[in-house]
Design a protein around this ligand. Structure first.
Ligand code: PEP
Ligand code: MN
Length: 297
């Protein structure tokens, strides 16, 4: 029997009819090349915050592929907190991402920052990312709805789950049902971490929506030492995958070095994740209700 859904959530989210879970549609599997997100696999997306150079990207792509990642992340267009910070390599970065895909077979996820860039980026990327700062850019969401590629929709840093799902509905209404949600931490009063990972958002979204949900522990934590344990937490609450920042030399990274893992740390994290992934698989098969709100028979 399905666990009882909180009646408040039911009323709150059912208006987003294209993304809300129903008896007819309880799970969306987003297919990216030969990868299924939201199916039975736990899909890890990893790579540098920003594409900096061919060598940096290719080395990272090879390292993360060898450690078990399926998708390479890397920003070619960077939304930076400071206008003086590195803004990304633009189309040169997209070309390097394409090269890394050819070299490793990894699929590519990269951010589109504006409506105008969507068409071009869709020629290079397998998944288009919406950053936290763009979650409510409706013109961009509508362009992504028409782009023909899956969209990774990050949660706005001050957005409620309701607002996040509303943005997913905008993309779906514009014609694109292939939306992957990404919890990347929200702004709270806490200062020990860069953002507060809202781990409860995973089971809430899993209970009310059919869309896949992944976790970005890197932007949530802001420090690399917390990334492995937050990744394990994501596996335990039933996330469909991760988005993790990895850099050949984090101290020299042009952006987000503090939260980027070295190759060795990423490899170790992937190994240490295994028992938790095994647990998730077992629970999914034997008692899937434990991965939803309620979690009672
Ligand atoms: C990123 O993925 O590098 C990024 C800028 O993320 P966010 O939009 O979550 O800050
Ligand atoms: Mn980053």
């Amino acid at each position: 029997m399905a666990p009882p859904m909180n009646p408040k959530w039911n009323g709150q989210f059912s208006c987003f009819d294209l993304v809300a879970k129903t008896d007819m549609c309880s799970r969306t599997v987003v297919r990216v090349r030969d990868i299924e997100i939201g199916g039975n696999d736990f899909v890890v997306m990893a790579g540098p915050c920003a594409v900096e150079s061919e060598q940096q990207l290719l080395e990272t792509a090879e390292a993360v592929a060898e450690a078990g990642a399926r998708i390479l992340r890397g920003g070619a267009y960077k939304p930076r907190s400071s206008p003086y910070a590195f803004q990304g390599l633009g189309v040169e970065g997209l070309k390097l991402l394409r090269k890394a895909r050819e070299a490793t077979g990894l699929a590519i996820v990269t951010e589109a920052m504006s409506e105008e860039d969507v068409e071009l980026i869709a020629e290079y990327a397998d998944i288009l990312q919406v950053g936290t700062r763009s979650m409510e850019n409706y013109a961009q969401l509508e362009a992504l709805g028409r782009c023909g590629q899956p969209v990774l929709l990050k949660r706005g840093m001050t957005a409620t789950i309701e607002e996040w799902l509303r943005s997913a509905q905008v993309i779906a209404m514009a014609g694109n049902p292939n939306v992957i949600l990404c919890e990347r931490g929200i702004r709270t009063f806490e200062t020990a971490t860069r953002n507060t990972l809202d781990i409860a958002a995973v089971p809430v979204v899993k209970t009310v929506s059919h869309l896949p949900v992944i976790v970005d522990p890197s932007h949530a934590a802001g420090v690399r030492s917390l990334v492995p344990i937050l990744s394990r937490a994501a596996a335990v609450v039933g996330a469909d995958g991760l988005l993790v920042e990895v850099h050949p030399c984090p101290e020299q990274a042009w952006s987000d070095g503090n939260q980027s893992l070295t190759f060795g740390e990423f490899r170790r994290m992937m190994i240490d994740l295994q028992p938790y992934l095994y647990l998730q698989q077992e629970v999914r098969q034997l008692r899937p209700q434990l991965l939803t709100a309620g979690g009672v028979d």
